[in-house]
Design a protein around this ligand. Structure first.
Ligand code: DX5
Ligand code: ZN
Length: 218
């Protein structure tokens, strides 16, 4: 299985100090930063878009921005996110009719491509062709839309199913993940770990990051 990558979700950070918060996480051992882009259509909330990401990438040189696109028309934002310095563009399978073309468009802009599935979407919705073309698969362990929700155990078998089909791919879990829920995620085969409130609400985020990493790598 690929090595652990910890991707703190900045949705749980102080947006007024976003670049400082990202630097704090990198200093604490995070490899990636998870940027939740919500458009008020695919999900009810609105968070941030390309102009904010551009400021972060300028303010935090070398940052790997793991962009989770909770948007209704993911085709529309590939160029803007690439121009803003996005490193990985993860779209929802539910939001597109042509995932292979979208993966190509993302690769054309030199970003890694991720495919996300919401709790009600089965792992089989990711075809072999799409899974092979993508760089990362994201299994949502809450309904997308906001941070701080309860982890949905019933999503975990999908991680194991995808790990069996795609042994070398990055598989990310997102939603309600923290030291209390990491064991099942790691055991099922996820290696990219998103955690928002579990990391940002802790007085020692570096300890939480280390715990998550050690559990995946053990
Ligand atoms: C939910 C977002 C998640 C969220 C995770 O729609 O995609 O990335 O911020 O937050 P926690 O870890 O607090 O559940
Ligand atoms: Zn997310």
């Amino acid at each position: 299985m690929p090595r652990a990558i910890i991707s703190p979700s900045v949705l749980a950070s102080d947006f007024g100090q976003l670049t400082a918060e990202c630097k704090r996480m990198i200093k604490g051992g995070a490899e990636w930063l998870h940027m939740d882009v919500m458009d008020g259509h695919f999900v009810p909330n609105i968070t941030m878009g390309a102009p904010v990401l551009a400021c972060v990438s300028k303010g935090v040189p070398g940052i790997f921005m793991d962009c989770h696109m909770m948007v209704a028309q993911p085709e529309k934002w590939v160029n803007d996110i690439a121009d803003a310095g996005g490193s990985l563009y993860c779209f929802h399978l539910e939001a597109t009719s042509d995932p292979l073309a979208l993966i190509d468009a993302i690769h054309d802009r030199k970003m890694k491509a991720g495919v996300a599935i919401s709790p009600d979407t089965p792992s089989t919705a990711i075809t072999d062709e799409v899974g092979e073309a993508a760089d990362m698969l994201l299994v949502m362990t809450v309904y997308p839309g906001r941070g701080g929700q309860k982890f949905l155990d019933r999503c975990v078998p999908k991680v194991a199913e995808l790990r069996a089909r795609f042994p070398d791919k990055d598989i990310e879990v997102d939603g309600g993940v923290g030291p209390k829920t990491i064991d099942v995620c790691a055991h099922a085969g996820s290696n990219v770990i998103v955690a928002g409130t579990a990391i940002f609400n802790d007085p020692h985020p570096e300890n939480v990051i280390q715990t998550l990493k050690d559990t995946v790598n053990q």
